[in-house]
Design a protein around this ligand. Sequence first.
Ligand code: PLP
Length: 470
Amino acid sequence: MVKSAFQDLYRELPSLDALLQSPGLGDLVATYGRIAVADAGRAVLARLRAEIAAGSLDASAIELALPHLPQAVDTELRRALGLSLRPVINATGVILHTNLGRAPLAADTLAHVRDISTSYSNLEFDLSTGQRGKRDVHVDRLFRRLFSTEEVKSETTTIVVNNNAAAVLLALNTLAEGGEVIVSRGELVEIGGSFRIPDVMQKSQATLREVGTTNRTRIADYERAINASTRLLLRVHRSNFAISGFTEQPTLQELNALAREKNIPLMEDLGSGALFDLREIGVSGESGVRESLRLGVDVVTYSGDKLLGGPQAGLITGHPTLVQRMRTNSLFRALRADKMTYAVLENTLLAYIKQDYNSLPALRMMHLTRDEISARAGALVAGLHNPALRAELKLAESVIGGGSAPSAVLPTTVIALTSSIHSADKLSTRLRNSAIPIIARVEEAQVLLDLRTVFPEQDQQVSTTLNSLT
Ligand SMILES: *Cc1c(COP(=O)(O)O)cnc(C)c1O
């Protein structure tokens, strides 16, 4: 076709203004606003012009398409302005899955978030004096209760920042800017997504002083490294890897004794930071926040959305004078958490105080037994009638995740799926692309569904999706 022929075809298309006058578009303008509807109209017309230029639309095809343009604009608007964040079903068995949003929140905490965030609140206002207040008081009182136990003798204060990376940055900058921080070489970890201790150290304007070797560090190594510039002894939880074999690491008791002797603060970046005893779920060798405080650590940093099972936040608990210095650091203002985080945190901590662990979804999932999961998996498999799918139950392990404890796994039963039509990868892609995406694990040419991380009320949805897969 020659150029002038294209020109004739282009003329068959309405102008943007004419398109926007079409019946039905008025409703779209009321819903989406004039600018968004015009953008969608422009996109629809541009697509048609591209098809004409590619020679794939002739005059009769255009004539057929014209009455459907308002519908095309509607579809374009839904595509462009649909919500991008969507709920998914986590069938991976990784409870604190960073890519899937870590800890799911308890539904009943949301009423409090709604009340606080859709209204004015006493976030930084002291209702008894009518004066300016501090946002930390709302949760510090609860943390104090949780930590003022027989074992933890000293008083503690807790402040909240955006996440644990921010907590480490703030703590290091406050306690060690311009000075040295002693860390074992075996603890210079990278936590997924570019959090590296040496980099954070540099940003905090403190100098890293590495001691020991990757597998062995002794208390004498720390002692020898101490000099007039030493500001802090730092222990970092290894989170996502374990060193086994010929290893040695001083105990917190030894580090604490050295810190007291030399009068240098001791900080621990716990990462996950549990507020409950992990031995309850059969995980040993992991100490929680209370244990670190009991052993004399001056400052502990941990995440709100890992083992704590709450909102994204970084928590700094420790000696009141040290924490007070962090709170007056101007970085604190840049890193602070918002009112919604405080509202969720308040409810999460109340659940711990009431020992109502079941109300926190991540904790509830950790406490599920293999028998409970097997029973649900068995019922789900019994309800499958898709002739293309073969499903069997297999013993496997769920992972706590979130860098909690590298070897912390929980016994589970998974549904292992094979398809007579698709490869395992293809099958998992189809599950991921279903109306409510189901995220599964692929292992040894099978798709594994671990119901530990699926809410029981979602089992039916999983079953329906599997039965309708083609
Ligand atoms: C997870 C983790 C961090 C980072 O915490 P975020 O809350 O993800 O910012 C830092 N240190 C350790 C040891 C961790 O495990």
